[in-house]
Design a protein around this ligand. Structure first.
Ligand SMILES: Nc1ncnc2c1ncn2[C@@H]1O[C@H](COP(=O)(O)OP(=O)(O)OP(=O)(O)O)[C@@H](O)[C@H]1O
Ligand SMILES: [Mg+2]
Length: 332
């Protein structure tokens, strides 16, 4: 096989997931009975068998069930100026999980790399109407939104490489920090969404500032590795500054631990430390490392459709359920 060829998809897993994904609400009671009949984790099975039993239980409990809508549209900016910590992966997978669970979700790709657009299977070649035209030319967001071909109810404002120049072009424009906020507010006035996620580039420049002004919530993915907390205080200071000058409603509402490696003590130590500092904000679920997560974008998919039975996909679904629970209770 050519090493550049994308790996084959696990056909059985995909088919199995489709049948699970179409489970009807009526079947939920039957599924609950199956879950109750599964052996306990400590039934003396091998570690692998126990892990499979745990995943099976999580899958049956979560997949195909509707999640409750929030009391109002929640706009979350997914930010961390550290590169490669899982911002985009988190934004698109949480968004896909919520949409698969019946909610209407928009992802605004605000990174010139266009990784979120890629993962959602949305065209983002240079010249495609995108967030660049919205920010720099004042185009209406409604004209650039496209639905992801992979998940119904999941929409995307794509980012093209043109956005790379926007950081500089914005400097000379009026109301340069509030351009995304204005465009999003106008779009939300004629199109209702349950959730909006804004995927930021790895910097605290004008693009990220625009995202902070457009949102009420900051969602920080933290990678479970040694330097994880370095730079976090700078991010929190930026949020504080935006709150005092530009957007008094902004607050860090959600933190998710990503790329957790259960085999290392370091991963768990980082997770414990983050929980100690941010007990309220940190979601109970942590996202494990899985190669399937990083393969999915090369097929224009999130792992939620590419391999929904995978542990990381289940973890993202669980995290989405926790976010939805909070939203239904009216928090943020
Ligand atoms: N749970 C995971 N398991 C394995 N690989 C992962 C996982 N989460 C993310 N990755 C991979 O790690 C890399 C960085 O993730 P991602 O692009 O989401 O980070 P980012 O913070 O958006 O990066 P950037 O700062 O460049 O925008 C990607 O190759 C992604 O596929
Ligand atoms: Mg990214």
């Amino acid at each position: 096989m050519d090493p550049l060829d994308p790996p084959d998809r696990p056909v059985d897993a995909v088919e199995a997931s489709r049948s699970i994904a179409t489970v009807s609400v009526d079947a939920v009671a039957a599924i609950d009975a199956v879950v109750a009949a599964l052996p306990d984790d400590d039934d003396g099975d091998t570690p692998l068998a126990a892990a499979i039993a745990v995943d099976t239980r999580r899958r049956l409990v979560l997949t195909g069930r509707p999640l409750p809508p929030p009391t109002h549209t929640r706009v979350l900016t997914v930010a961390n100026q550290k590169g490669g910590v899982g911002k985009t992966t988190t934004a698109v997978n949480i968004a896909a999980a919520l949409a698969q669970s019946g909610l209407k979700v928009l992802v605004v790709d605000l990174d010139p790399q266009g990784n979120a657009s890629t993962a959602l299977g949305v065209d983002h070649r240079s010249g495609v109407p995108s967030v660049y035209e919205v920010l720099v030319d004042g185009a209406e967001m409604t004209g650039v939104v496209v639905e992801s071909p992979t998940v119904a109810g999941l929409f995307c404002v794509p980012a093209t490489i043109d956005l790379a120049g926007a950081e500089i072009e914005l400097v000379s424009l009026v109301a340069r920090e509030g351009r995304l906020a204005r465009a999003l507010a106008a779009h939300l006035a004629d199109t209702a969404y349950d959730y909006v996620f804004i995927d930021c580039p790895p910097s605290l420049g004008l693009l990220t500032v625009n995202a902070f002004v457009a949102a009420r919530e900051v969602f920080i993915p933290i990678q479970c590795e040694y330097y994880a907390l370095e730079g976090l205080s700078q991010l929190l200071r930026s949020v504080e500054m935006i709150r005092s000058h530009l957007n008094p409603e902004l607050a860090v509402s959600t933190i998710l631990l990503t790329m957790h490696d259960g085999r290392t003590r370091l991963s768990s130590q980082v997770a414990d430390e983050v929980r100690e500092h941010f007990p309220e904000q940190t979601l109970r679920t942590t996202i494990p490392r899985s190669v399937r997560v990083s393969e999915a974008p090369s097929f224009g998919e999130t792992v939620m459709t590419y391999d929904p039975l995978n542990s990381a996909a289940l973890a993202y679904l669980e995290a989405a359920a926790q976010i939805a629970e909070r939203g239904a209770q009216g928090s943020r």
